[in-house]
Design a protein around this ligand. Sequence first.
Ligand SMILES: *Cc1c(COP(=O)(O)O)cnc(C)c1O
Length: 465
Amino acid sequence: MSLITNHMPTAELQALDAAHHMHPFTTNDELADKGARVITRAEGVYLTDSDGNRILDGMAGLWCVNIGYGRKEMAEVAARQMMELPYYNTFFMTTHVPAIALSQEIARLAPEGLNHVFFAGSGSEANDTNIRMVRTYWAEKGKPAKTHIISRKNAYHGSSMGSGSLGGMSYMHAQGGMPIPGIHHIGQPDWWAEGGEMNPEEFGLARARELEAKIEELGEQNVAAFIAEPVQGAGGVIVPPDSYWPEVQRICDKYEILLIADEVICGFGRTGNWFGSQTMGIRPHIMTIAKGLSSGYQPIGGSIVCDQIAEVIGAAEFNHGYTYSGHPVAAAVALENLRILQEEQIIERVRTVGAPALKAGLEGLTDHPLVGGLSIKGMMASLPLTPDKESRARFAAPTGTVGLICRERCFANNLVMRHVGDRMIVSPPLIIEPEDIDVFMTRARTALDETYAELKAQGLLTPPA
Ligand SMILES: *Cc1c(COP(=O)(O)O)cnc(C)c1O
């Protein structure tokens, strides 16, 4: 085995990467031509790449590094746990202290009535658990026809067969035989892109009522659950109109269907509360968790399950689980993450300092000629780019062309902002300080100016005729 280190020249690392590493959600041939950006270190909210650039991470990795990078306590806990018990499973009547302690702590922090945790290695796995769990629940209750699950277009619930089917990404469904049978997708509450002439509140109600129409179409006796992110993340940080969630909750209450809140991004402080369900005022039966649960320091996810479902599932053997369900090192690290979030009052600080500063900064960018608005909840936000703010028009180029240009200009200015279509996405570590939010805004404005100049040069500043 050759020794590959941080000190190798970037080009050599890129060549090795291109030769052997298949990247997720990437055109690998194109990446091989351009060369991947090699991240070597990180501290606080800054990444360092192999050329020594110091890059402000406006995405917290993939929405997950809530406590920021470089926390020594996390490494120490992992090392200690590895020495004591690096692995043991939780199948076959066994358990261990990290899984016990973490499930207890999650139950304590979760909303009332959600007291049981089924662990997984990721958000995708947890959502696969949810599919099987809600169907098993209804079967055990003597209603085996209740198998259909309703989700939303442009939702993101993971990339496995089950979770990718729950998700509503058409470009994912186009490959590999998704969605699996029994999953249905209704419209998303994306007023900016799809609201047309309706006002946001009318549009929110209309989209919520698609749930009721779908339940009636399928028959309540056939529907197991509705799954949704409290605020859509990967779909473009779509904050629903205020009218949306109360109506969805009313519909879930009226019909006998379970509500699954996918909290993989919203959970653990992102929206200013422990869970997005609290921020949006909903009462789910199951919450999917991952990402911020460990701040990304270890791969871990799970389903937080209400008493009613846990009681039914507990009465028979549930033939489901993962080798790494409740992995002791991941559980110990997640527990340390929850301790840090609490002791340092990071979520309170999101409410009082971080989110207001982020909102003020981003509002400052909305006067830019390309920025068509601001969608924000807590510390997740998006800026839709448009050639015409008034009509919320699309660009003449295919969707995503302009977003990609802007993302590249951000990187060139040492800022990570991701693009979803032509929306720019913001989701920094929750511990970001106001001075770094200022740095963010300065770099973002430069990137937007450079994007504008490039669009002008390419003749892309007018909406399609
Ligand atoms: C990231 C994400 C997932 C999938 O989690 P993985 O750990 O990547 O499998 C599921 N749901 C939501 C809302 C996510 O953002």
